[in-house]
Ligand binder design. Structure first.
Ligand code: DOR
Ligand code: ZN
Length: 344
């Protein structure tokens, strides 16, 4: 196959940041994606409906002229989140979901949840109105090994929350383990997961073997190869519970390349080509549209995009090594293999 036409894809997990950084990275997403779930971990975070409306307006103002891209806004769940504010934002369609970061789990998560009993009422209300909870699924207990934090989160946090809140709709974001894949597979219609492009192609050796590669460091951190294979199986296997959320997370090179560097892979410019390459290698191009363009809207109870994109296969296509931003250069994710697919 050398050409494939799909409904326009969406990105169900994206960091756009703000200000000069946002203006520089936004076109990399709007070029090909129809919509994106925009993460709320700004400093300070997007916690109220008013914050979300103001952030949405800044994104719309920065959008390239003529682009039909739609940002889907989220609120950052804190122990102070007000039910009334959240319900009002959901009712007018201002927010598409609420994001749960365990406090301290990742970049800008200091305001996250420590005591889950304090968000009980909010979660009950979300279950009532069908508003999805997006979880960064890692425990923060320093006793737990960083490679085990996702699996521990399922047992210690996620499963108890889901049992206590029947009907709560949950997306496990950026899953990285076979345990998470198995849990989501068996989780019924109210549970889904996003998978990133980078976790489909790197394992922990890419980060650590033969020298440390900060541009491959993200959270949850990539695991061993058997887990990567489980992710590829989930993405290409035709289970509608899994869909693309790139977690494209730009940080300047100055922030990445230091003794304590930031977590995040900036994949917006080549995520679609990378995912296409993976599906091609698996002989699963017939399922690419479901993963990138259909399963996500179905879970979010939205229609798929009306328009299409066409991917063509040819000689390996270059991608930009870095994107200039007002804050300094941001290195683009290197999938470590030739990318033959490009959006026509
Ligand atoms: O690698 C990551 N980067 N993981 C996250 O959960 C947050 C993100 C960021 O905001 O940089
Ligand atoms: Zn993220």
């Amino acid at each position: 196959m050398t050409q494939i036409t799909l409904r326009r894809p969406d990105d169900w997990h994206l960091h756009l940041r703000d200000g000069a950084m946002m203006r520089a990275v936004l076109p990399e997403t709007t070029r090909h994606f129809g919509r994106a779930i925009v993460m709320p971990n700004l400093v300070p975070p997007v916690v109220t409906g008013a914050d979300a409306a103001a952030y949405r307006d800044r994104i719309l103002a920065a959008k390239p002229r003529g682009s039909k891209f739609r940002p889907l806004m989220t609120l950052y769940l804190t122990e102070e989140t007000q039910v009334r504010d959240l319900r009002a934002a959901a009712e007018i369609g201002l927010i598409a979901a609420v994001k749960l970061y365990p406090a301290g789990a990742t970049t800008n998560s200091a305001s996250g949840v420590r005591d889950f009993s304090k968000v009980r009422r909010v979660l009950d209300n979300m279950a009532q109105i069908g508003l999805p909870l997006l979880v960064h699924g890692e425990v923060t207990d320093p006793e737990i090994d960083i490679f085990d934090r996702e699996a521990a989160f399922i047992d210690r946090v996620l499963d108890p929350i889901r049992r206590e809140t029947p009907g709560l709709r949950v997306v496990m974001e950026h899953v990285t383990t076979s345990e998470a894949v198995g849990y989501v597979r068996d989780g019924g219609p109210d549970l889904a997961a996003t998978i990133t492009a980078h976790h489909l192609v790197i394992n922990r050796n890419h980060i650590l073997a033969g020298g440390i590669r900060p541009h491959y460091y993200c959270l949850p951190v990539a695991k061993r190869e058997s887990h990567r294979r489980a992710l590829v199986g989930a993405a290409t296997g035709g289970d509608a519970s899994f869909f693309l959320g790139t977690d494209s997370a730009p940080h300047t090179d100055a922030a990445k390349l230091q003794a304590c560097g930031c977590a995040g892979c900036f994949t917006a410019p080549n995520a679609i080509a990378t995912v296409a390459e993976v599906f091609d290698a698996e002989g699963a191009l017939d399922r690419l549209e479901a993963f990138m363009s259909l399963n996500g809207p179905a879970f979010y109870r939205m229609a798929p995009n009306e328009d299409t994109i066409t991917l063509t296969r040819g000689d390996p296509a270059p991608w930009p090594r870095e994107i200039a931003t007002g804050d300094g250069p941001v290195t683009v994710f290197d999938p470590g293999m030739p990318l033959h697919w490009r959006v026509a």
